[in-house]
Design a binder for this molecule. Structure first.
Ligand SMILES: [Ca+2]
Ligand SMILES: [Ca+2]
Length: 155
């Protein structure tokens, strides 16, 4: 385990978390699948999260991008929860990373549309209009922030 992580947790806590991890790993293959993550996320969030939210969370913590959460990633997730991940609104940076399925650091229009649609205060028309103003195929984080600012101004 990387020292950075063991630093956050005591040895006893890591043992506990390993135990917790194995209880969620219902098929005991050593990783948490999307379905297994659903149990974890719902338990930690204290509510039933939607599919998109579960997928987004998995993507956010799936550091090696293999579609499952291993123990190391699970510890990072736990650290995030402990430091108030579910107590604060998801930051724009988190949202951007979550939406970036391709992990290129830039969003496709499809990824961007999907992301903007998760904010219920934006109407379909607004999202459509703002997307039609884009002159690039891929949207970087600074461009994304400018778009969001424009949308917020319209509200
Ligand atoms: Ca599993
Ligand atoms: Ca992974």
């Amino acid at each position: 385990m990387p020292p950075a992580l063991t630093h956050h947790f005591s040895a006893a806590e890591v043992d506990d978390l390993k135990q917790t991890f194995s209880t969620y790993d219902s098929d005991s293959d050593g990783v948490l699948s999307l379905e297994e993550c659903r149990q974890v996320v719902n338990t930690f969030a204290g509510r039933n999260c939607g599919d998109y939210e579960i997928q987004s969370l998995l993507r956010l913590f799936d550091a090696d991008a293999n579609g499952t959460m291993d123990l190391d990633e699970f510890l990072k997730f736990n650290y995030a929860v402990r430091t108030g991940f579910f107590d604060r609104p998801v930051s724009l940076k988190d949202a951007f990373v979550m939406a970036n399925r391709s992990r290129t650091g830039k969003l496709t229009h499809r990824e961007l549309r999907h992301l903007l649609k998760t904010n219920e205060s934006y109407s379909k028309e607004q999202v459509k209009n703002i997307l039609s103003t884009l002159d690039t195929r891929l949207v970087s984080y600074p461009q994304f922030i400018r778009l969001v600012n424009r949308l917020e101004k319209e509200l």
